[in-house]
Design a protein around this ligand. Structure first.
Ligand SMILES: [Cu+2]
Length: 694
């Protein structure tokens, strides 16, 4: 059951919502046709006809080749995929490259990069920028003979200009080749492992806070290259492999501690690990599954075993999970919106296309079992990747067991949920809007959808950054929600441990299990006050200034574009509020005022609220919250701030204001300020005096 406690102040909340929705909605609307699948059916080339897509899903091959070796991939909130190749596992390649792939147009734009990001670590920062740390300073085959040497450089990728900018190096002696990283609840990035500039293991842990590198302790002895880690709902980081002695990192003490050994009790090199969905149904209890891998990839075939651990209990222990149909090394695992995990690719013998496991499988956490997921068209081995796309299909690409060559074909997996029982395409629920698009921890938001009464789940999936058989940030967080008259009232995750700040794919799934196309949402803390700017403190008591000047004329459109004229409210007392549609403080003042809205309405007072920003579809949102016309609450939009100026509440930017206007059109009292008003006792008393109960 998905429930959220009903808001005691729905009225206020409606406003809060409208306030915050303003800026973000315009961004959402800018996305063209958000509900159109990215990969259109006719653009794919079926290799063979899967007889039962409704059971197994199906794999299609896209009609183009990936022009560079896709060693590293990241899903950006622009809907495009960043592909980083660098030298691309070719020691003689000096043409260092990356690319941006647009799944909508199926076009790839390649471009040069300034240093070799081959075998880097990559995460997507909370501001949506992919962040690359380390890479290849020298190949093992380059002279002087010796191991790979790790690069100290880092760079972030601007998703708007689609260019890399170097960020500070990790340190003169902080090279990293094959490092891992993960975004923590405070947006910082934990970085560890990888080979240093001298080819030895880099033992130091580092934290990137967005501006500088800080020491984060020392790594545990058995750490492997490209370790696999998951941020848990208590803020700690669980390291599930490839080492057999699982570890826990505590960001507050900066120490690793031993947890328990795996049953396999050997390295699971090039296996993978997934933090299973955190949902209201499982009380957000963290469980991790590890799959496949080999203790000695050159000589020991990949294992078909899986193991599960419940990290919510005091003494966590690995237990055997179901076996996969074959051993897999260099496999990938991708969480789907329905919580199942697509396990695919890899081979029985490492770097051996002849033993490629093309049969994909779906792991279902609800019954702890695998089912068939059709058959891939191509081997997907070393340096292959899979990643969830916003249209709820899965991208599979790459494979590079032999240097200087790689698998150029790109495949798309369409899971069974996209098909009806007869194999035809299922009708998908649609998201028509999210307000506000900027989600804050623990706060409610609205998903508008014509399918509100048929929605079974609402989930956030963190857009991934995948390389070497592991997605560094992948997680699914289920949301509490209630359907209300044509929309879903959902609640953002409680905190940054459950879902670290950043961009997420928001999916809704209907009662048949069919997912929508995702809309990207940004999850953040409430804006922290800027230390350089004095916080516009909300005055405790707002004193209105008595006046007797006639109100300027005011004609503004409401949310649906209908022009409202203040003169139409003659004979009624009016509370006229001016607020900044993108200001968080404004929510407080409005909340205070509208808490009394029913009493004021009863007294015949009309409330007009003028927003400095456009609000998309406020009528629907208000209706959904039980606010109807008879409440005499009217939201007006003043995008070019004419009314703000006419009423004298504009000083290089819109100010905060409240005007009490009597039935003769005279302003009887006013408050204008750079700070929003807080407590509204004075205003209410004055309105009561103006409007005795009838
Ligand atoms: Cu590699």
């Amino acid at each position: 059951m998905n429930t959220i406690s009903s808001n005691p102040c729905r009225f206020a909340w409606a406003l809060w919502l409208l306030v915050l929705s303003a800026a973000v909605q315009s961004g959402a609307n800018a996305q063209e046709q958000p509900n159109r699948p990215f990969i259109m059916e006719h653009k794919t080339r079926a290799r063979f006809v899967e007889p039962h897509p409704e059971q197994n899903g199906k794999w299609d091959t896209l009609p183009f080749h990936m022009p560079i070796n896709p060693v590293h991939i990241a899903m950006m909130h622009t809907g495009k995929v960043l592909i980083v190749s660098g030298s691309g596992n070719d020691p003689d390649n000096t043409n260092l490259q990356a690319a941006v792939w647009d799944p909508k147009s199926l076009t790839v734009r390649t471009f040069k990069i300034s240093w070799d990001m081959f075998c880097n670590g990559m995460v997507i920062l909370s501001d949506g920028k992919p962040f690359v740390f380390g890479g290849t300073l020298k190949y093992d085959t380059a002279l002087p003979a010796g191991p790979f040497l790790g690069e100290t450089k880092t760079a972030s990728f601007d998703t708007a200009t689609e260019t890399f900018t170097d960020t500070p190096i990790m340190g003169a002696n902080q090279g990293r080749w094959y490092p891992s990283g993960i975004v923590l609840s405070d947006s910082s990035v934990l970085v560890y492992s990888g080979l240093n500039t001298d080819g030895t293991l880099n033992k130091s842990v580092q934290i990137w806070d967005g501006a500088t590198w800080a020491a984060g302790g020392t790594v545990f002895n058995s750490v492997q290259l490209y370790p696999r880690q998951h941020l848990l709902p208590d803020g700690r980081v669980f390291v599930s492999g490839a080492n057999p002695d699982s570890q826990m990192y505590d960001p507050t003490t900066k120490n690793f501690a031993f947890v328990v050994n795996t049953n396999y009790n050997q390295n699971r090199q090039y296996g993978t690990s997934v933090l299973l969905p955190l949902t209201p149904e499982n009380k957000f209890n963290p469980k991790v599954i590890i799959m496949g891998g080999s203790p000695n990839p050159g000589n020991v075939p990949g294992t078909d075993t899986t193991e599960l651990i419940d990290l919510s209990v005091p003494m966590p222990k690995w237990v055997a999970g179901p076996a996969m149909l074959k051993g897999r090394i260099q496999m990938n695992a991708t969480i789907l919106p329905n919580g199942k995990v697509l396990a695919s690719g890899g081979s029985v013998n490492n770097e051996d296309n002849a033993t490629a496991v093309k049969e994909a499988q779906l792991y279902d956490p609800s019954n702890n079992a695998f089912s068939a997921a059709s058959v891939m068209g191509f081997p997907r081995l070393y340096h292959s990747n899979t990643m969830l796309l916003p249209d709820a299909t899965v991208l599979a690409l790459g494979g590079n067991p032999v240097r200087k060559t790689y698998q150029q074909e790109v495949e798309i997996y369409s899971p069974p949920y996209l098909f009806k029982p007869d194999g035809s395409l299922a009708k998908r629920p649609t998201i028509t809007g999210v307000a506000p698009g900027e989600l804050h921890y623990g706060e409610q938001f609205i998903v508008t959808t014509p399918d509100a009464d048929k929605i079974k789940s609402v989930v956030l999936i963190r857009a991934g950054a995948v390389t070497h058989s592991f997605d560094m940030d992948q997680r699914l967080v289920g949301l509490n929600f209630v359907p209300v008259a044509g929309v879903l009232q959902a609640k953002a995750p409680a905190n940054g441990n459950l879902a670290p700040p950043g961009y997420y794919l928001l999916f809704i799934l209907n009662t048949d299990g069919v997912p929508s196309v995702a809309q990207f949402v940004h999850l953040t803390d409430l804006k922290k006050p800027d230390p350089k700017k004095p916080d516009p403190k909300t005055p405790k008591i707002m004193k209105l200034t008595p006046t007797s000047s006639p109100a300027p004329s005011l004609k503004l459109p409401d949310g649906s574009g209908v022009i409202r004229d203040l003169a139409d409210s003659r004979k009624r007392n009016v509370a006229l509020v001016f607020f900044q549609g993108d200001c968080i403080h404004c929510a407080d003042q409005l909340r205070n005022l509208v808490r009394e809205a029913r009493e004021l309405n009863y007294r015949g007072v009309e409330i007009l609220a003028v927003s400095s920003h456009k609000v998309a579809d406020p009528a629907a949102a208000l209706r959904a919250l039980g606010v109807v016309e008879s409440d005499r609450f009217q939201l007006l939009i003043d995008e070019d701030h004419h009314a703000f100026r006419d009423f004298g509440c504009y000083k290089s930017a819109p100010l905060h204001a409240l005007f009490l206007i009597d039935g003769e059109g005279v302003i009887r009292a006013s408050y204008i300020g750079e700070s929003p008003f807080g407590e509204t006792k004075d205003a209410l008393q004055r309105l009561r005096d103006l409007s005795p109960r009838r």
